[in-house]
Design a binder for this molecule. Sequence first.
Ligand code: PLP
Length: 359
Amino acid sequence: MSLPLRARPAVRPDLALLEGYHSPQVDVAIRLNTNEAPVPPPPAFADALAAELSRIQWHRYPDRAATALREAVAAAHGVEPEQVFAANGSNEVLQTVCLAYGGHGRKAALFSPTYLMHGQIAAVAGTEVVVGARAADLTLDLAEVERVVVEHDPAVTFVCSPNNPTGTIEDPATIAAVADLAPGVVVVDEAYGQFADRSALELVGDDRPLVVTRTFSKTWSMAAARLGYLIGPTWLVAELEKVVLPYHLDAAKQVAGRVALRFGAEMEERVAALVAERRRLVDRLGALPVQQWRSDANFVLFRPLDRPGRQVWQGLLDRSVLVRDCSSWPGLDGCLRVTVGTVAEDDAFLDALTEVLQP
Ligand SMILES: *Cc1c(COP(=O)(O)O)cnc(C)c1O
């Protein structure tokens, strides 16, 4: 027997309307819907990790400051460990920023269409979300950024570059301009940063309230580990440390991240291969009746020209190919997003799509 609806305690009124985040995990042969890496980390990584895991003192709390992991991340980016904050996936990094700088009576700005979780995380943290529009080519429009930040004085401003789900990248100069305009913390979500040739990392310093977030979920083939981090001003990282739960990063994850960073060269090879494969996918899509957008990430946004997006999505699913259905998202009418997979997976997708789009 379940408690009847009317007898259940009500959630916070500002949460009642939230729908949650859904990316359906259905059982299909070809999964190109969540932008994961198509192959696991190198076997040598698994071996090295197993050896390190056997040395963990499981009866002890882990290093609360994640010292060794932060040193390794800092070394990889040429920054100081005090500029690194790590958490359980970059989503938890974003949540921690919102808990520290957003919250009741404060606002977070984002520019749509963009990563749905930015608004979701900000709202769950009690932050009012204000939404600006992107330019027609889906890049940031600085006049619109200025309008939104002047009108709303946001405590947090989100920029996603390369942007999910559009693939659009921003120049560091544009991001610096956003940081000049925005009054609060500017969060540059670079979950796909390694696939691009530009980064806002060069803008990070103690003189600017700007952070860049990264994740092990995409490039590093480690979505299962749930590990992400940000690089930001030391004084901001110190504030985030006050907000997280004690020992929020477990020992196994700290080790996994540290060991992964020893395989930087292998990861870079994989990124290069995915970028080459993205070019091939884009070329092949160009021969089909779809509109597509330039992508600097490991996915491509496209819109079937003479067929409803939802119908094409279903047609692909009927052929055991799962892509992301963005067709009902604001500003993305009829659009689908496909993750760059292996050559075989992408060929299966292209074959299925060709069939579905047959006149
Ligand atoms: C996938 C993705 C993330 C990753 O989140 P994790 O919690 O690190 O898995 C963050 N931001 C964007 C834009 C993403 O697409």
